[in-house]
Design a protein around this ligand. Structure first.
Ligand SMILES: [Zn+2]
Length: 341
């Protein structure tokens, strides 16, 4: 066992992860004076803080979602650059989760704590890859923190999807994907797999797809999947690929499309029961979170003095860390959802 780090200047309370000497929170769930935001998903990035520090991409995502006045002041911090918050040096590095997602690196009195936020290690052409950085305390998520969660290679999943599409050339492929991150990743992976036809997108995805393109992520030809009149199947979308938010795939909207083949892109699609519950015909296992192997690989690469585990399946990961000689404990942070996995 390594020696305990005795770091007490970072902790969690009802508002989120608190950094005492900097008087700030990371991804707070309540409005607060200074908030450092890891990424734009709604459970991490909330409106109403006084001062928000985040990557330029995350600030832009928040402005799209909440309007330009989502905070009184903002500070854009690019990957690799640092700022002082009181005596604490704050640096952001890529987390590989969605566009602009960042690990928050905190240096204070010779100690380093990293709050990784949500992260993943598998290929994603729409954001910069996770960067392992040595530290004393690594705060990790554990959304898929059980040994049963092993996510396949995204390219293999997309090939499997396209093979099914070519098997049913007349059906409309309707892919449910979260509006921030997953939708753009599915589109970019389809392009990488050689699918160059226009992709039809639900109106709820338009602004975020535009934002990704503005930040240099090419998505190819995207056309609006305008819903036709009630009861009228949309002949024009026959044989096409349509991307929609998860709420739309079970709704009348999707049923109006021509012979829809319902796909859902999520790490949870490994669980058959979840696919069945949602009426998903084709579960596309595509996660924006680290799976079990990648959680452990990341911890071994970083080799921190101590691991703190937040939202997810803390117990199994804590145990696995301890078996590998790491000090590990739960850091109870409320308010994060498993939704966008
Ligand atoms: Zn997230």
């Amino acid at each position: 066992m390594r020696e305990r780090s005795h770091i007490t200047w970072v902790g969690a309370d009802a508002a989120g992860i608190h950094v005492s000497p900097a008087d700030c929170y990371i991804d707070p769930v309540r409005p607060c004076k200074t908030a450092i935001i890891t990424h734009g998903h709604a459970d991490h990035a909330r409106a109403g803080h006084n001062h928000v520090i985040a990557t330029p991409e995350t600030l832009a995502i928040m402005a799209v979602r909440y309007g330009e006045t989502f905070a009184q002041t903002t500070t854009a911090l690019c990957y690799g650059s640092s700022m002082m918050l009181g005596p604490v040096k704050v640096t952001l590095q890529p987390a590989g989760h969605v566009l602009g997602s960042a690990q928050i690196i905190l240096d204070y009195q010779g100690q380093r704590v990293i709050a990784a936020g949500d992260y993943k290690r598998k290929r994603d052409p729409t954001c910069q890859p996770f960067m392992p950085v040595p530290c004393d305390v690594f705060i990790t998520e554990a959304t898929f923190g059980l040994p049963v969660f092993r996510h396949p290679d995204p390219a293999v999943e997309l090939k499997r999807l396209l093979a099914t599409k070519y098997l049913f050339p007349d059906r409309t492929i309707v892919i449910g994907a979260y509006a921030l991150g997953k939708a753009q990743r599915v589109i970019a992976l389809l392009r990488e797999a050689g699918y160059n036809a226009p992709i039809y997108i639900h109106g709820a995805l338009q602004k975020l797809c535009n934002l990704y393109e503005d930040y240099g992520v090419p998505l190819g030809s995207l056309l609006p999947a305008t819903a036709g009149k009630a009861g009228a199947p949309q002949a024009e979308l026959k044989g096409q690929i349509v991307i929609a938010p998860p709420s739309a795939i079970g709704a009348k909207w999707a049923q109006r499309l021509h012979d829809p083949l319902i796909v859902f892109a999520s790490g949870w699609m490994q669980v058959r029961q979840r696919a069945k519950q949602r009426g998903v015909e084709f579960p596309l296992i595509l996660s924006d979170h680290a799976d079990w192997d990648d959680l452990l690989m990341t911890i071994e690469q970083i080799n921190p003095g101590e691991v703190w585990v937040t939202h997810g399946r803390e117990d199994a990961l804590i145990k696995a860390c301890q078996m590998r000689g790491y000090q590990a404990r739960a850091l109870s942070v409320v308010g994060y959802e498993e939704g966008e996995a």
